[in-house]
Write a protein that binds this ligand. Structure first.
Ligand code: PRP
Length: 217
């Protein structure tokens, strides 16, 4: 039985479950209603394990889960790197962006940037040769410019509504984000006969979804 680690955040979970269902993996219980963290699939070929996105790469790296479904933003930040990134599901698409107050005067010293995506932000500003001071926060980043903690933030922007509601404007795209499928290296060999067909069915589900979107537009 394959163990599939899923990010419990609704941004990803709600969009991945239909793709998994199209690939033959449907939870035996409603994941939104149950308090269980491990739910078998109806077909019995897999079990779905619900956890914080940050923990998905760790479970996959150590082989506690064979497969993980997680945002690229998490993969860019995690220290767990020993797994295969096999598929872009193309869902929960958003941008990691810099944002700040409109028409803000540039600071005299280094730009103060609040983010929970510290590694990605450091790499972005280093690439541009811009000196910044990174302030690590764990959420509600939009507060930082409003309360004078930082000049800018680096955060996920999907619709832009959260920035707007907090008087901030998007500035530059740091990187594009979407949901990825990662696979444990050992499982890729030992459970190849199960994993490779599942990846194939997921790939087909992603293509079918894209084709439907084109037809609908
Ligand atoms: C993200 C991000 C913003 C919001 C942006 O938070 O940190 O707050 O989504 O989305 P929008 O552009 O559609 O308004 P998320 O909901 O993922 O919660 P989190 O802060 O707990 O990660």
């Amino acid at each position: 039985m394959l163990t599939i680690a899923l990010n419990k955040g609704t941004r990803i979970l709600g969009k991945c479950l239909p793709l998994l269902a199209a690939a033959g993996i449907e939870p035996a219980e409603d994941l939104g209603a149950t308090r269980k963290l491990v739910v078998p699939s109806k077909c019995g070929a897999a079990r779905l394990v619900i956890m914080r996105g940050d923990d998905v790469p760790t479970f996959v790296e150590y082989g506690a889960a064979d497969i993980g479904i997680v945002g690229k933003d998490t993969l860019l930040e995690t220290n767990a790197t020993d797994y295969y990134e096999r598929l872009d599901l193309g869902v929960a698409r958003c941008n990691l962006m810099t944002a700040g107050e409109p028409n803000a005067t540039p600071p005299v010293g280094p730009l103060r940037v609040a983010t929970k995506f510290a590694k990605t932000a450091v790499a972005f500003f280093a690439e541009r040769g811009q000196q910044v001071s990174i302030i690590k926060l764990s959420g509600a980043l939009e507060l930082a410019p409003q309360l004078g903690l930082a000049d800018q933030i680096v955060d996920i922007v999907e619709t832009g509504a959260t920035l707007k509601a907090n008087g901030l404007v998007p500035l530059e795209v740091v990187t594009e984000i979407s949901t990825r499928v990662i696979v444990n290296r050992v499982a890729m060999k030992t459970s190849h006969a199960e994993i490779e067909p599942l990846l194939g069915r997921l790939r087909a589900a992603v293509s079918a979804r894209a084709a439907n979107a084109v037809e609908a537009s």
